[in-house]
Ligand binder design. Structure first.
Ligand SMILES: N[C@@H](CCC(=O)N[C@@H](CS)C(=O)NCC(=O)O)C(=O)O
Length: 338
């Protein structure tokens, strides 16, 4: 009897290990579609366009992974998630990966048992206020009502910031960015706080963006990146190296305009390995030789994805800042393709 119980436990352990070993990569290939968790809508990062197609900076990561694995950047089911629902969606297997301006933190990595596969945007938390409030620093916000999205790092940073500055606030908890925008514009809160990139994206959709200021304080580190389930290493490698492919492509000068030409072979061996005309990197990942080429062709290299969706020429108008390549004073640094 005792043996049976032990055997039962072993079987369960064996089964779950088996499921992890077979892994998400096989599931995605068999399904022919990537289930990618995104936001419920944040223009520039992830939102459906006028024809209902999802687009944005995070959406581009999903599309690049689908292109790398399935050869088709449209083979993606975009699953909208809120700050609260995103982690259960990933843990339960409803989604294969999450690309939703999610901050890489110790507890999400270690306690929630996820694996962050890199950073696609180095951010920090900021504050937006109506100009008419006449506030020029977050330290002047004593007693303010603050719109804040639940299930986010934002909640904890806010509490820390006000406590350490000996000032008080009244939180107005909200579920989605759309709701936050609505409440903030209706005056239900004096301040909206979230990732500075999210504030810029939100303000860009206002009728009068100039009537609102982003305060100078950035009160936290928010390294945002895609994540997968802990223990799903082959799949984690695919997501990690797809993001690295986009970052390396920018560093190496591979663009959506020249990729066709470069994929015929160049005199730079690293470009050749990245695009699959030399070496066997694709095979090592369990993918086709042209996985990197497909990932980059999906929406361009990292710099193109940035410029097209959130860059200075878009209404969101974000500068590269920390998200410049390491060769240009930023933090983007892909390990080598060899
Ligand atoms: N980076 C923070 C905050 C992420 C977050 O939820 N940001 C909001 C505001 S920028 C958002 O994306 N909302 C989109 C939505 O409501 O679906 C975290 O990981 O907790």
């Amino acid at each position: 009897m005792k043996n049976t119980v032990i055997l039962g436990a072993l079987t369960i352990a064996g089964l779950s290990a088996g499921a992890a070993a077979a892994g998400t990569l096989d599931d995605v290939k068999a399904r022919g579609k990537l289930n990618c968790g995104v936001t419920t809508g944040l223009v520039g990062f992830a939102a459906p366009n006028a024809s209902g197609e999802w687009e944005g900076f995070d959406v581009a990561v999903c599309r690049a992974v689908a292109a790398a694995v399935l050869g088709d950047s449209n083979a993606v089911e975009f699953v909208p998630t809120t700050g609260k629902t995103r982690f259960t969606a990933l843990a339960s297997g409803e989604i294969d990966m999450l690309a939703r301006n999610t901050t890489w933190t110790f507890s999400r990595d270690v306690d929630l048992k996820f694996e962050f596969t890199g950073v696609n945007y180095y951010d920090g938390q900021g504050f937006m206020v109506p100009k008419e409030l006449g506030v020029s620093s977050a330290k002047e916000l004593d007693g303010a009502t603050v719109c804040i999205q639940t299930g986010t790092t934002t909640e904890l940073n806010l509490a820390d910031f006000f406590r350490s500055n000996n000032i008080s606030y009244e939180p107005v908890p909200i579920e989605t960015n759309a709701e936050a925008q609505q409440q903030y514009l209706a005056g239900a809160c004096d301040v909206y706080t979230t990732d500075a990139s999210g504030l810029a994206a939100t303000r860009a959709t206002f009728e009068a963006p100039d009537a609102h200021t982003l305060l100078p304080e950035i009160i936290s580190k928010e390294p945002l990146g895609p994540l997968v389930r802990h223990g799903d290493h082959e799949w984690g490698d695919v997501v990690r190296w797809t993001l690295n492919a986009l970052i390396s492509a920018e560093e190496l000068g591979v663009t959506s305009a020249n990729i066709g030409e470069m994929a015929a072979g160049t005199n730079n061996p690293e470009i050749n390995r990245l695009l699959g005309t030399e070496g066997t990197l694709g095979e090592m990942l369990g993918l086709s030789a042209d996985w990197g080429k497909n990932a980059i062709a999906a929406g361009g290299n990292y710099g193109e994805v940035f410029a097209d969706n959130i860059g200075e020429a878009t209404p969101i108008g974000l500068a590269r800042g920390l998200n410049a390549q390491w060769t240009k004073g930023g933090l983007l640094y892909s390990p080598p393709f060899r």
